[in-house]
Design a protein around this ligand. Structure first.
Ligand SMILES: [Zn+2]
Length: 422
């Protein structure tokens, strides 16, 4: 098990800045509650094992409004402008995205011909559902590889980050939007108020803005520290969000918890005087958050100890396996794996290789620790004894797909939300 030494020389460009004020309310009392091992950006895969800069991974909670946020902001284009997985290549997430689109169609029923906009629209798979149902669609996507795919698939897409000027331009060309959706991109934006500045320009008075983000409650309650990485700057709870929307002239009228990414929050927002009636769900989750102390830095104090306990257990088991000559590979190499591996101190000395279904990552080295990423065939060719499923929220599916590995004597190890050995 390796020790990670941060590299201290600064990048030539000012690639990382420390946040001094809360992203939602502007208060300067940001109380650090969890300090994880520094990592490169979670998706910074490389071809050669040259040293990569590590950035602090410190989570703070605002004493003013209770919002959870990263203190260090790695340049957004460097992190989210990179090539990303196309939804079309991820059947698991694709089916969730399409189901989400269908439920929005049903719930908010944008009229035929109405404009539906998605901020962070990936390869256009989500918008395609609306397109097929006779709505006009417009995507905005900063990752050039998937933006290109969307355009090739006939989904109108602006390749770049969303902002007020981009909203103005879309308004001129396409008119007002009846539905605007932002999935993970809302959590990846340095200043969420800038997204709202664009939404205010573009949203019809009777329109709805919907977003889905990792729910801070699931991170804390489940000890899901691996969902903390440099792509996600925000760990949202309903209490600070409601205040934030209010301050920016919007009404958060409904929220619900979903199972996406280990536990997410889906929110619906309208302009003042909009047509939707609050259903009480916001108050219910605010009361829940008060009860568990989710937005109170003092009551969050046990969180680091819980994370360390989970890590010690997994680390201990992996050391036992290595000690008895077992060979271990990992499954999944998304941004959360970068956090997991750095926090557990797992480099090529512990993990022979990582498997990833995405062909674009195969043949590369993992961010920072430089574990080789291989295709699933390596599992049967190289026959490790153990498979650490770092993509643990897809563990069932991974195990079902690789039954042959288990039949041949292999074992699975699922690290979170609690250690499971199969
Ligand atoms: Zn705040």
């Amino acid at each position: 098990v390796a020790t990670i030494t941060p590299v201290s020389q600064p990048d030539p460009a000012d690639a990382c800045r420390r946040r001094l004020r809360c992203a939602l309310c502007g208060d300067d009392r940001l109380r650090p509650i969890l300090s994880l091992a520094p990592t490169p950006p979670g998706n910074a895969f490389v071809r050669t094992a040259a040293t990569q800069r590590l950035y602090p991974l410190d989570l703070a909670v605002c004493e003013g409004c209770g919002h959870g946020q990263l203190l260090d902001i790695v340049d957004r284009l460097q992190v989210i402008g990179r090539a990303t997985d196309a939804l079309g290549d991820r059947p698991d997430i694709l089916s969730q995205a399409k189901a989400n689109a269908r439920s929005l169609l049903e719930r908010f029923g944008p009229p035929t011909g109405g404009l539906v906009v998605e901020i962070g629209s990936n390869d256009g798979s989500f918008l395609k559902v609306f397109d097929d149902a006779g709505r006009r669609v417009q995507g905005i996507e900063p990752a050039v590889n998937v933006a290109g795919q969307a355009i090739a698939n006939g989904v109108r897409t602006f390749p770049g980050l969303f902002s007020a000027p981009v909203a103005d331009r879309i308004l001129d060309e396409r008119g007002r939007a009846i539905l605007i959706s932002a999935q993970q991109l809302f959590a990846q934006t340095e200043d969420p108020a800038e997204i709202l500045d664009g939404v205010r320009i573009l949203l019809a008075p009777d329109g709805v803005f919907v977003f889905e983000v990792t729910y801070f409650s699931d991170v804390v309650e489940g000890g899901l520290f691996d969902s903390i990485h440099h792509l996600n700057l925000h760990y949202f709870a309903v209490t600070p969000l409601r205040r934030f929307f209010d301050k920016n002239g919007f009404e958060l009228f409904a929220v619900e918890r979903t199972a996406a990414r280990g536990g997410s929050l889906r929110g619906s927002v309208q302009l003042p005087g909009g047509p939707f009636t609050a259903d009480g769900s916001v108050e219910t989750l605010v009361a829940f958050e008060t009860r568990i102390g989710l937005t109170d830095p003092v009551r969050l104090a046990p969180f680091p100890a819980r994370v360390e306990m989970l890590c010690a257990e997994v680390r201990g088991r992996l050391e036992e396996i290595k000690g008895s000559g077992g060979r271990i590979a990992g499954y999944g190499s998304e941004a959360n794996t970068t956090t997991l591996l750095h926090q557990l101190g797992l480099d090529g000395g512990t993990l022979d290789f990582l498997i990833d279904d995405n062909a674009d990552r195969q043949g590369l080295l993992s961010p920072g620790l430089h574990v080789p990423v291989l295709s699933p065939e390596a599992l049967l060719e190289r026959r490790p004894d153990w498979l650490l499923i770092s993509a643990w929220n897809h563990a069932e599916e991974v195990m079902a797909r690789h039954e042959a590995f288990q039949r041949a004597g292999g074992h699975f190890l699922v690290p979170l939300p609690s250690l499971v050995i199969i």
